[in-house]
Design a protein around this ligand. Structure first.
Ligand SMILES: Cc1cc2nc3c(=O)[nH]c(=O)nc-3n(C[C@H](O)[C@H](O)[C@H](O)COP(=O)(O)OP(=O)(O)OC[C@H]3O[C@@H](n4cnc5c(N)ncnc54)[C@H](O)[C@@H]3O)c2cc1C
Length: 623
């Protein structure tokens, strides 16, 4: 039984199909796929959502199919990326049924560098699901259960039962896979306090949740709204409250600049966060030339060494220096290879001296200062991370100008191949991410930093943000924004050290971020019951410090309450401590999600083969 039919559940099915010929004996096998949302896209990538919401990845960077780069035991089964799939539709090679006119037009116009709508990705995921089920051998059947699973029971040695909402009888089978994905959570103490304050004073408070599922009608036209969080949830919010309420953009033919024409239905969004700036723009050009040979300073050997030390490695002291050195290596390798005229040493000389210098040391600073004359060509991770640190503005109007300047400069730089070391740092971040997976849930800060630098919004979204800022629909609050509940006036008040002494009052507060992973406070009934499960069949789950479900690195078996891998329960995806990059795989990158799906699929099939060689058993993921 697979609970969760989103990208992970679908990817697992694809791997079951790929490995069945080798590992399954041809007997009957029934796979039960449980999800209230349609298979393929699942909840995040369902068709039923605003067509204005986009993916955050370029179409060429999204694939659900393995390629030669994937180091898996199971066979490689190539297939099209989202961009290639759209090209096949365009060429007439593929006809997709059930497309509306809008999707059809989008698929036909999509380029490799486009950011597809979530609805188009939904159609791709549906097609991937159909391909995966069609590739299953004749004895294997998939049964859909469009219900929420609320409980799983069954002993370590026996069959498992998955109980469905509104159904008296469970679905039973030999094995369970929890591909539950991104989950809703009960509010924490701070959020409960803010919600109670809002209820007491008749204010609006939207806690962390899926923006696409939020009831935004409570945010009234023209009213100020304080928004906390400048990541991708903010971008969704911004889109739904502006174009989603009838506003439109006009592009100046000569400069390409956008002007926003409000509909009058928009609230005024006062947006703040810890950094006070939006995530860095997606890089708008492709790699060319020699890739930095990564990993160099943070690879398997360094991870082995960290894991061999007693206790949990300390992120700041033991891991970050290795990451900083790796990112610096990627950056300078590209600067010296692609733009040698902006350096004063030869690469071999710089490389040797860089290798000898400790990260953050005076020696390293002196080397870089001597070898790279223009400060804009040096990698300054602190400034990249916190561009507003120590910057003060006289009033909010000056801050608006300052931020527009920052965003314009970021957009320009991230679309200019003259700054290709930025793209090398991006590759460095991907490489580091792969290594960090082996260290489990260490370094929550790192995940935020990665998202901010490597997983920011598409350039066009930042151009829209600039236009909204000029139109006064979006107002920036500054860095280290704090929000206080004012019991005297009965309002929320936001302030930031970026504009000393100033503040903004509002009757609405939106937390623009997804709920963090938490087994303790999850709203998912199935996971909650597993968290609470004790006793004879109550193997339960172990939660890590970061609130993730602990699983084995080899094949994703759930670690039960006693610390033992459960023989019949598996979990895959962002709610586990084996979470892969938390995103779709880019082609040619040996994506960890593929390797994990493959290992789990093989473990399932191997178990089932052994089970079916017993007395006349029928299939085992089965009812
Ligand atoms: C809003 C949003 C936008 C994103 N955009 C991008 C992007 O542009 N590019 C990118 O690479 N990544 C993006 N991601 C990252 C995301 O991690 C992956 O795209 C992908 O959705 C993860 O797949 P999953 O199957 O693990 O989880 P999910 O997509 O969350 O799927 C899990 C499924 O499990 C089901 N489920 C959960 N609990 C139960 C239960 N008790 N019973 C039955 N079913 C259950 C849910 O209904 C859901 O369908 C985005 C994530 C979010 C949340």
């Amino acid at each position: 039984m697979i609970v969760g039919a989103g990208p992970r559940g679908t990817g697992l099915l694809e791997r079951i199909a790929a490995n069945a010929a080798e590992l399954y004996d041809g007997g009957r096998l029934d796979i039960h796929l449980v999800d209230p949302f349609p298979p393929g896209g699942g909840r995040v990538w369902r068709h039923e959502q605003s067509p204005l919401l986009w993916m955050n990845s370029m179409a060429e960077d999204v694939t659900m199919f393995t390629d030669a780069s994937v180091e898996s035991e199971g066979p490689i089964r190539p297939g099209p990326s989202l961009a290639e799939w759209s090209a096949r539709i365009r060429s007439g090679e593929l006809a997709i049924t059930g497309f509306d006119g809008q999707l059809d037009a989008e698929a036909r116009d999509l380029t490799s560098q486009s950011f597809a709508s979530r609805r188009l990705q939904s159609a791709y995921m549906r097609w991937v699901y159909e391909q995966a089920t069609a590739a299953l051998p004749p004895g294997i059947a998939v049964h859909l259960h469009p219900h929420r699973a609320v409980r799983v029971t069954g002993s370590r040695e026996g069959r498992q039962s998955v109980w469905l909402e509104g159904r008296a009888e469970p679905v039973t089978g030999d094995l369970v896979v929890l591909a539950l994905g991104h989950l809703d959570a009960e509010p924490d103490a701070e959020q409960r306090g803010l919600a109670a304050f809002a209820a007491e004073h008749g204010l609006v408070h939207l806690p962390p949740e899926f923006t696409a599922d939020s009831d935004l009608s409570v945010l009234a036209p023209g009213e100020p709204v304080i928004v906390r969080g400048f990541g991708l949830a903010f971008v969704d919010l911004m889109v739904l409250l502006t174009e989603g309420r009838g506003g439109r953009y006009e592009e100046d033919g000569a400069s390409g600049e956008l002007t926003y024409h409000p509909s009058g239905q928009e609230p005024v969004l006062h947006i703040g966060s810890r950094r006070g700036v939006p995530y860095r723009s997606k890089i708008g050009y492709a790699w060319s030339g020699e890739r930095p040979p990564l990993p160099r300073y943070f690879g398997p050997a360094q991870v082995d060494e960290l894991l061999a030390r007693p206790g949990r490695p300390d992120f700041r002291r033991e891991i970050w220096p290795l990451i900083a050195k790796e990112l610096g290596f990627a950056h300078y390798h590209e600067l010296f290879s692609a733009h040698p005229e902006r350096t004063t040493l030869t690469w071999p000389e710089f490389d040797a001296r860089y290798a000898a210098a400790d990260p953050g040391s005076a020696e390293l600073h002196a080397l870089v200062a001597a070898a790279v004359p223009d400060p804009a060509d040096r990698l300054d991770l602190a400034a990249l991370d916190q561009p507003l640190a120590g910057v003060r503005f006289g009033d909010f109007d000056l801050l608006q100008e300052g931020l527009r300047h920052h965003i314009t400069a970021d957009l320009a730089r991230r679309h200019d191949p003259a700054y290709s070391p930025d793209l090398a740092v991006f590759l460095g971040l991907l490489s580091v991410y792969g290594q960090m997976l082996r260290l489990g849930d260490i370094g929550e800060w790192w995940h935020g930093f990665f998202s901010y630098v490597a997983s920011g919004p598409p350039g066009p979204r930042l151009r829209q943000l600039l236009a909204l800022s000029k139109a006064g629909v979006v107002r920036f609050l500054g860095a280290d924004t704090s929000v206080a509940a004012d019991p005297v006036l009965g309002v929320f008040r936001a302030s930031s050290p970026s504009v000393p002494g100033a503040s903004v009052e509002a009757q609405a507060l939106v937390e623009a971020r997804l709920p963090g992973p938490t087994v303790d406070r999850t709203r998912d009934p199935l996971l909650r019951s597993l968290h609470e499960q004790y006793g004879e069949d109550g193997a339960g789950v172990t939660s890590t410090q970061a609130g993730l479900v602990a699983v084995t690195a080899e094949d994703g078996r759930v670690i039960d309450r006693s610390g033992r891998p459960h023989p019949r329960r598996f979990a895959l995806g962002p709610h586990t401590d084996a979470r892969s990059a938390g995103a779709f795989t880019r082609p040619g990158t040996n994506g960890p999600a593929f390797r994990q799906n493959d290992a789990t699929a093989r473990a399932l099939l191997t178990f089932l083969r052994a089970a079916s060689s017993c007395t006349g058993c029928t299939g085992a993921l089965s009812a």
